[in-house]
Write a protein of this length. Sequence first.
Length: 264
Amino acid sequence: MIRAALASTALVTVALWGGVAHAGPEVRPAAAPPPDGTGEAPRPGSTDSRRIVGILELRVDGVPDEVKDTFQRGLEEKLDPRRYVLTDRARMKQMMMHSTKWTDGCVVGQCLAEVRVQTRADLVVLAALTGSGTSFGYVVTVVRTDTGRVLRQESERCDVCTVNEAMGKAMRATSTLLDKLPDRLPDEAAEQDAMRDREVGKVKQELAARDRRSTRVGIALTAVGLAAAVGGGVLYALDEKTSATMMVAGGGAALASGVIVLTF
């Protein structure tokens, strides 16, 4: 009995050790790729305070078409990843294909509200790089999508330089424009309301000042008219009828003018 019990215990112990020996590290399933199959990093979530910047227009003229990709990669490297997330031109165009309200060519104005809805981009970049021979130039513009208004713009032309030098300047200019933006953009709607209120207040002040001047003039004319009427009455009592008539007539005119000014 004792030997049987010991043998059974030994078998259980061997089985347990065998299970431990064969148990390897826990294998976790690989993360599923993004649903669009692009392999891109996910866009910022609702708790991410970084701004999304989209390259809405990237035009080249007189320079190799490959400059577009180089410009986008260089700009992404230069942007502060703690403040910005860059969406390239191809990705922006892909997301805008889902919209039935947007037309290619919208770069400023109220139509950018649809770009904001589809891409969640706070800002869009419009870039153009042109060249001929050794002469190159660029224009980069940063536009708000909530108002469609231009925030910043930078342009330069170099008569003797290479395309790489011009492209590098364009990338640095774009990065600098974005870095100089405040963390909180001005509320343009509130500023416009405040400006309108100031203009209305100014008009009200001018009208009030004019009313005060008119009141003073009306009172003065009325007083002159009454004084003339009293003086005419005195002269009439002194039998100076001609002078009295003239004074009363003038006083009446002044009094009537004063009443009209006070009334209107």
